[in-house]
Design a protein around this ligand. Sequence first.
Ligand code: 8YV
Length: 334
Amino acid sequence: MAEARPRVWVSQPLFDDIVGRLDEWFEVDAAREVTAWSPDQVAAKLRDADGAVVTLNEHIGAGEITGATRLRAVANVGVGYDNLDVAALEARGIVATNTPDVLTETTADMAFALLMAAARRVTEGERWLREGRWRQWSFDTLLGGDVHGSTLGILGMGRIGQGIARRGAFGFGMRVLYHNRSRLPVGIESNCRAAWVDFDTLLRESDHLVLVLPYSPATHHVIDSAALAKMKPTATLTNIARGGLVDEAALADALANGRLASAALDVFEGEPAVAPKLLALRNVVLTPHVGSASLATRRAMATLAVDNLVAALGRGPDAGRPPTPITGATTAKR
Ligand code: 8YV
């Protein structure tokens, strides 16, 4: 009797032609529509699966994999993988993969779009115009802060941080400072024209601070009221990493009280819910977690996730060697 084909679960709709490649090797259970899976539903899906392609919507931890005795691989669509308990997966010998590199430049573009929108009050101006409040051109309408020639601060200098640094240094003539747990090799620093500073210096000197570091218990609320108090009142804060990095209540207070000029947030603590205090503010740009959302990049991410799963389950040209395995929870690099 022919050996049964492995079964794989794809948790959310990706691209049909890309997910369709899995049919060559596997029985595929692919979500047809965007679904908010409960932890119990995730556990039930994994119980029947040899492999899974998942997104940040699905938390995969010890509880979800308890009954998943056949599960051998989890391919995350995304570079950040705080939705995976990598230690729990490793303990069970389940391979975990993510999608670095393919989204670096697209996400760096979006960071700049947000930074500029916050600094130059782009979305605030649009809302004001649409509300019919533009009566006559006037000299002091919506005065913002300059981007060119200012100081760009980057917290978390992985691949995306470096892409943002290059845009700032070479595109906008910015002075680029960064903070990372460890200083980068001098060659990378000079490619990005970026200088390492300690965290407090980064907060104090940045005109535009961008968060690009992985989220973990160690980085929870790295931007809290104490950090915000050290920033310039004219500064902007952009977060394209994970919502939990910022104490949103403290940020909303700082924005409301003029202790920070403006912010741009693509990610939130309780996604898809956004704190009402933030929604009520005019000086914050809000986007629905779309940092990597160009068509080409989302296709590249889906392709890489599928390649990872196929290889991790021992099929295809890279059998046994998934292109981008996650090597450990503590070595996360965006
Ligand atoms: C993804 C992201 O779209 O890569 C990441 O870490 O936040 C986004 O680019 C998201 O993770 C989809 O699962």
